[in-house]
Design a protein around this ligand. Structure first.
Ligand code: UDX
Length: 451
């Protein structure tokens, strides 16, 4: 089976490499000549654990090739995956910009030779497969082809594993011929007994948005419960654990924090809300989730300012973690990019460190004193803020950190430290949806317990 993958961004590159691992012959296509040159040498332009090794292995087997020649790649392929970007459009209304998808479809139409299945892997709004079919039919009225939808559910930082061991595969097509071809591609997963959902294209397209919006809703829900815990004296981690013990709810995506970010949830929730309005089927829950998550960044900044006694003016604030989550260098829609400027506007001097995302962050943040490790960040800081839960922040030498800091204030927006382990450290420890630890209160408690 010959496969062409158009677009070597995140989705295209992971999918192409993994299809080669499945035993397919894959050609990945991109307009960017430099990128293609680097990919041929097995160098990947993104930070994704495990991907470079797998790509190098597939290059050696000759099952994967890279080219800028779309026509040649499509001509020799039975299946063409469209994996180009669908960024938010420039109107700012949240709808996905489908111009790259349409352009790819046109070029594929002109190049295809013999029966070809064209598959959308990019996240596209409901109705796009039908639109692509029209674009191709207009260009090739007698063309022998089918258009199918096969959305992906890859998480950054775990994408290879998510592709090789998915919870499910969604294949949207009403054509028996296309179904057989796609079933063959996913044969290794079929043999694995991975659930494969065959459905209509429209249903497949909606599944992708519904899945992301549901997860974003779950996160936003627990974040609001965390707000309630803070005000009423509860502990959100215990609430989340107890909720998760209910098999109908599941414990995943119930970690309270500074709000969701990344290249998918913010974009896809907004796009789903827009699609709902377009089809006169408003998605009011999703609309609210978008608003609450946006507002949350401001709330987080205010929480930091409050922990610093009501003002950060002239204070040195140390930030640990810029990426929207650990194990990625991606800063797209990262809460840090909203929180830091608010602190800077309040007069704070920002010192920061991230294990992988500093280069990316430099494009979006200014006036930051970048450091090489958490201890340099803590040095002379008035407060330390954990925004991303990288593993290397989980076992800091708290005593050493405290000795370096000017004021012992730790704001942990990811709840990576236990309240009990912070109690005797002399830190004012502020986390999410849990009681603050205040050194004087601990001290008073001990005195009254002793008397
Ligand atoms: C997500 C989906 O998980 C994936 O299926 C889809 O294909 C693309 O979007 P990704 O953006 O890589 O993947 O990140 P994910 O791990 O899902 O986290 C998204 C955001 O939610 C991050 O900002 C993360 O910090 C936040 N999050 C996640 C929470 O705040 N709490 C949680 O419990 C889980």
């Amino acid at each position: 089976m010959h496969i062409a993958v158009v677009g070597t961004g995140y989705v295209g590159l992971v999918s192409g490499t993994c299809f080669a691992e499945f035993g397919m012959n894959v050609t990945c296509v991109d307009l960017d000549k430099d990128k293609i040159k680097r990919l041929r040498k097995g160098e990947i332009p993104i930070f994704e654990p495990g991907l470079e090794d797998l790509l190098k292995k597939q290059i050696k087997t000759n099952r994967i090739a890279f080219t800028t020649d779309l026509e040649d790649a499509v001509k020799k392929s039975d299946v063409v995956f469209i994996a180009v970007g669908t960024p938010p459009n420039s109107n700012g209304d949240g709808q996905a910009d489908l111009s790259y998808v349409r352009e790819a479809a046109k070029q594929i139409a002109l190049a295809m030779d013999g029966y070809t299945v064209i598959v959308t892997k990019s996240t596209v709004p409901v109705g796009t497969a039908q639109e692509i079919e029209k674009v191709i039919r207009d260009a090739r009225p007698n063309g022998d082809f089918d258009v199918a939808s096969n959305p992906e559910f890859l998480r950054e930082g775990a994408a290879v594993n998510d592709f090789m061991r998915p919870d499910r595969v969604i294949i949207g097509t009403s054509s028996e011929r296309a179904r057989k071809v796609l079933q063959e591609i996913y044969r290794p997963l079929f043999l694995n007994e991975t659930p494969i959902v065959f459905t209509k294209r429209e249903t497949a397209e909606i599944i992708k948005y519904a899945a992301n919006a549901f997860l974003a809703t779950k996160i936003t829900f627990i974040n609001e419960i965390a707000d309630l815990c803070e005000m009423a004296g509860g502990d959100v981690q215990v609430v989340a654990k107890a909720l998760g013990l209910d098999g109908r709810i599941s414990p995943k995506f119930l970690h309270a924090g500074p709000g969701y970010g990344g290249s998918c949830f913010p974009k896809d929730t907004l796009a789903l809300a827009q699609t709902g309005q377009k089809f006169e089927a408003r998605q009011r829950i999703v609309e609210t989730v978008v608003a609450v998550n946006t507002e949350r960044r401001e709330r987080m900044a205010q929480r930091i300012i409050k922990a610093c006694g009501g003002s950060v003016s002239g204070k040195r604030i140390g930030i640990l973690g810029i990426a929207f989550k650990p194990n990625t260098d991606d800063v797209r829609e990262a809460p840090s990019l909203s929180i830091i400027p608010i602190l800077q506007d309040g007069g704070a001097k920002i010192v920061a460190y991230d294990p992988a995302a500093m280069e990316q962050a430099k494009r979006h943040l200014t006036r930051i004193d970048w450091k090489n490790d958490p201890y340099q960040v803590a040095d002379k800081a008035d407060a330390l803020v954990i925004i991303t839960e990288w593993n290397e922040f989980r076992a800091l030498d708290i005593e050493k950190i405290g000795a370096l800091m000017k004021e012992k204030i730790l704001v942990d927006l990811r709840n990576i430290y236990k309240i009990s382990e912070m109690e005797d450290t002399g830190f004012h420890y502020v986390s999410i949806g849990r009681p603050d630890v205040k050194p004087e209160i601990v001290h008073l408690k001990k005195v009254s317990a002793a008397s």
